[in-house]
Design a protein around this ligand. Structure first.
Ligand code: DOR
Ligand code: ZN
Length: 344
């Protein structure tokens, strides 16, 4: 097969940032995806509906002229998020989901949730209005090994939460472990997961290949090979609980190549091609369209997209970096070849 045509896909987990970075990255996503769930971890975080509406307007203003790309906005859950905040979000029709960052878990999570009990009123209101909770599933306790944070989060937070709020839709974002995949497979209805390109392509060796590799650092961190294999199996299994979310997370080169480098891998430049290559290598290219274009929309209760994109089997070389306003952005697979090319 030398050409692959898919229903236009959606990216169910995306960081677009703001200002010059937003302007520089939005075209990559809009060229590939019809919609994307936009993460709210700006500084300051997007905690209220009016902020989400203003951010949405900035995104739309940054879009290329010839696109019908639609940003789906999220709110950033805090200890202070009230019933009224959720009701306002639901009433606006402009907020698709609410994101839980445990405080201190990752980039711009300082304002996140310090104790899950503090969010119960908000979660109950979300369940009433059918607003999904998107979860960064890692505990932050300093005594827990960084590679165990996802597994322990399931035991301590996610499993009890899904039982307490039985009608709350939950997306376990960017799953990285066998434990997470098994939890999602066996969970009650209304629980799903997104899967990134890096977590099905790389294991933790990629962090140390010939030296320290900051451009392979993201959170949750890459895991051992057995986990990569389990996540890849989930992505390519045809189970509708697993769908595409790139977690493309641009940071400047300087902020990644630093003595305390930021977490985040930029993948929007090849946001569908990376999955196509990996699904093909796994012998499951025929499962890509469900994963990328159907299962996410179905879970969110949104219409599937019409229209298609086409990929051609033709290698292209990922640039070493993108120049952005005097700064640089190093993309995933910088300087390497990707087997599938997006047809203009
Ligand atoms: O690697 C990550 N980068 N993980 C996250 O959870 C946040 C993201 C970011 O915003 O840079
Ligand atoms: Zn993210």
């Amino acid at each position: 097969m030398n050409s692959l045509t898919l229903t236009r896909p959606d990216d169910w987990h995306l960081h677009l940032r703001d200002g010059a970075m937003l302007q520089a990255v939005i075209g990559h996503t809009a060229a590939r995806f019809r919609r994307a769930i936009v993460m709210p971890n700006l500084t300051p975080p997007v905690t209220r509906t009016e902020q989400a509406l203003a951010y949405r307007a900035r995104i739309v203003a940054a879009l290329p002229a010839d696109t019908d790309f639609e940003p789906l906005m999220t709110l950033y859950l805090t200890d202070q998020t009230s019933r009224e905040d959720i009701e306002q979000a639901a009433g606006s029709g402009a907020v698709t989901a609410v994101k839980l960052y445990p405080a201190g878990a990752t980039t711009n999570s300082a304002a996140g949730v310090t104790a899950i009990e503090r969010t119960y009123a908000a979660l109950e209101t979300m369940a009433e209005h059918g607003i999904p909770l998107l979860v960064h599933g890692e505990v932050t306790a300093p005594d827990i090994d960084v590679f165990d944070r996802e597994r322990v989060f399931i035991e301590r937070v996610l499993a009890p939460l899904s039982e307490r709020f039985k009608t709350l839709k939950i997306v376990f974002e960017h799953v990285t472990t066998r434990d997470a995949v098994e939890f999602v497979r066996a969970a009650r209805p209304g629980i799903a997961a997104t899967i990134t390109p890096q977590h099905i392509r790389c294991n933790r060796n990629a962090l140390f290949a010939g030296g320290l590799r900051p451009h392979h650092f993201c959170l949750p961190v890459l895991k051992a090979e057995t986990h990569r294999q389990a996540v890849l199996d989930a992505a390519t299994s045809g189970n509708p609980r697993f769908f595409l979310g790139t977690d493309s997370a641009p940071h400047s080169r300087a902020s990644k190549e630093s003595d305390c480098g930021c977490a985040g891998i930029y993948s929007a430049h090849a946001g569908i091609e990376l999955y196509a290559e990996t699904f093909e290598a796994a012998g499951q290219l025929d499962r890509l369209e469900d994963f990328a274009s159907h299962f996410g929309a179905d879970f969110y209760g949104l219409p599937r997209n019409t229209g298609t994109i086409t990929l051609q089997r033709k290698p292209w070389r990922v640039p070493a970096r993108y120049e952005i306003n005097g700064e640089q952005l190093v993309p995933f697979m910088a300087g390497e070849d990707i087997a599938w090319t997006l047809q203009a």
